[in-house]
Design a protein around this ligand. Structure first.
Ligand code: ATP
Length: 149
């Protein structure tokens, strides 16, 4: 097996929540991979001169079509993946932030995203693809419950 060069990547993303009839709803984005929709959190690369929470706000707006006010940082996740076209092994860190919904609709999601919609938070935890992101959602649920009582 050929040894690939290792590069670091830094992204940032967010969980936007709203309360409706006592339920907590969160926005997820769905991307088609190998013919099935994979549900994940909106996120993207931190650009030069951008603070990670600004990236999170921008990516949530672009990808999921919604905006929110920043509540707090949720945490970081890390993972490895190989970009075969570039021949690079990436070690990626992704920062996640919690936002309280302000405006917009997931129907106005990014064209690169197949679908974006609100989920009951319990449902989101079940359908999310990546364990690291699921942990962020579980942590966010505790934060929201503390915040909203
Ligand atoms: P970004 O949205 O940060 O610009 P990207 O779309 O270029 O990133 P990733 O979403 O990081 O790239 O996906 C690159 C690879 O890592 C894919 O194979 C994807 O399935 C995998 N991946 C994405 N998120 C996670 C995660 N949380 N845990 C493990 N693997 C992941």
């Amino acid at each position: 097996m050929k040894k690939l060069p290792i590069k670091r990547a830094e992204s940032s993303g967010g969980i936007v929540f709203k309360k409706e009839d006592g339920d907590i709803l969160v926005a997820l984005v769905g991307v088609e991979r190998k013919g099935k929709i994979v549900w994940a959190l909106p996120k993207g690369l931190v650009e030069k001169g951008e603070r990670p929470e600004e990236t999170a706000y921008r990516e949530v707006k672009e990808e999921a079509g919604v905006t929110g006010t920043l509540v707090d940082k949720i945490g970081d996740i890390t993972y490895w993946y190989v970009d075969r076209e570039k021949g690079v092994r990436y070690h990626k860190i992704v920062h996640f932030y919690l936002f309280k919904y302000s405006e917009g609709s997931p129907e106005n999601h990014d064209w690169e995203i197949n679908e974006a919609r609100w989920f009951l938070i319990e449902e989101a935890i079940k359908v999310m693809e990546y364990p690291g992101e699921r942990d962020m959602m579980i942590r966010a649920k505790e934060m929201i419950e503390k915040l909203c009582g």
